[in-house]
Design a protein around this ligand. Structure first.
Ligand SMILES: [Zn+2]
Ligand SMILES: [Zn+2]
Length: 387
């Protein structure tokens, strides 16, 4: 079963929607314009129930099938953009400086709208399909908020599926894996409190810069000496601030960064070791520390049965040669993880072709992928709901 004919017919219309959304990006929860566009389209398709304001600016549409049953599956897209200034020069480029759809969420939203149109026309399934459009994937935890707002219970969602485009994977191809596919993305800020003084008399100071750099070097022991070498962990210090003059040792130094893991046990271990190393190295040099360790998005972990269903549907559409069912996990994060912690489901990558990478100001979603994405959503809904 290749791309569905109707999905191919929808390609040009959905491309227009995608480019329209692209021109007017919103950040985090401030996606009101896109959310209004989504709600208006769902209404025009005759979607049975449309609820806005879930997870602040999220939208859910419920499409009832022809057949019996109250089972629902959730298909999820994200709507938010990034704080970047676009350099693609495309006719549909962002009209708002400092905001752009550099992660392809415009494409995700448009493809799910295309699927909603198809499913509302055909209704060739039993039970219900909930199309989920979430805000604030890029750091605000909008998916988490939708779950907390009771979305799963309210719409009777029993399984949930997500999709993200992947630059470098050919258009028409899919990639997925059972188990962890995206990392937990914890964040830290550490302040090392010493005692400042004259740069020529370091013996009279507690030098927070010298101590902070020792701590940072030691943090790499988490990956090299603490965590099982067959497990994944990344500790990246990405900010360092201290000092103001050549001849003054300051009182404090601050650094910040992220810890990425693919397993909750390793996540706990990394946090524990992180705190021990920071406090221990500082204590060895008579400094005090303040540690803010924030548990951000959890591991995005695909459930076994649902991954098998998703893989079968992708294979049905694209052919076995175009589906990588054991793709390497990535150390980036996804707040679809919260939905997968609430309900069984699977997250799949769809090829975006040879484009600039995600979060790059030269990136653009590849409209050629649209019919493949719509076909995947539609077949998945029909297969899971036994149409
Ligand atoms: Zn992103
Ligand atoms: Zn994204």
């Amino acid at each position: 079963m290749p791309i569905l004919n109707r999905a191919a017919e929808l390609q040009s219309e959905v491309t227009e929607w995608r480019r329209h959304i692209h021109e007017r990006p919103g950040l985090l929860f401030a996606v009101e314009e896109t959310a209004a566009f989504v709600a208006e389209k769902l209404k025009a398709f005759g979607v049975d129930e449309i609820v806005t304001g879930i997870g602040r600016t999220g939208v859910v549409g419920l499409i009832r099938g022809k057949g019996e049953g109250s089972r629902a599956i959730g298909l999820r897209a994200d709507m938010d953009a990034l704080p970047l200034t676009e350099i693609t020069g495309m006719p549909w480029a962002s009209t708002i400086p400092g905001k752009m759809h550099a992660c392809g969420h415009d494409g995700h939203t448009a493809m799910l709208l295309g699927a909603a149109k198809y499913l509302a026309e055909t209704r060739n399934f039993n039970g219900n399909v909930a199309v989920i459009f979430q805000p604030a994937e890029e750091g605000g935890g909008g998916g988490n908020l939708m779950v907390q707002d009771g979305m799963m219970e309210r719409f009777g969602i029993e399984e949930v599926y997500g999709m993200h485009n992947m630059p470098g994977l050919a258009v028409g191809q899919f990639a997925i894996r059972k188990g962890p596919i995206m990392a937990a993305t914890d964040e830290f800020t550490v302040t090392v409190k010493g005692r400042g003084g004259h740069a020529a008399q370091p013996n009279r100071t507690i030098d927070p810069i010298a101590i902070a750099t020792q701590i940072i070097t030691n943090l790499q022991m988490i990956a090299s000496r603490n965590v099982d070498p067959l497990r994944s962990v990344v500790v990246s210090v990405t900010k360092f601030n201290a000092g103001f003059a050549h001849n003054v040792i300051p009182n404090e130094a601050t650094f910040a960064g992220t810890v990425r893991t693919l397993d909750e046990a390793v996540r706990d271990q990394a946090e524990t070791r992180f705190k021990q190393i920071v406090s221990g190295v500082a204590a060895a040099h008579d400094a005090e520390t303040e540690i803010a360790f924030h548990r951000n998005y959890p591991v995005t972990s695909n459930h076994a049965d649902e991954t098998a269903y998703a893989t079968a549907v992708a294979t049905d559409i694209a052919g076995a040669a175009n589906v990588n069912a054991d793709v390497d996990p990535m150390m980036g994060g996804e707040d679809f993880s919260y939905m997968l912690n609430a309900r069984p489901g699977a997250f799949i990558f769809i090829g975006n072709g040879d484009t600039a990478g995600l979060h790059n100001p030269a990136y653009d979603f590849n409209d050629e992928a649209i019919s493949h994405g719509i076909s995947y959503w539609v077949r998945l809904a029909e297969q899971r709901l036994g149409g």
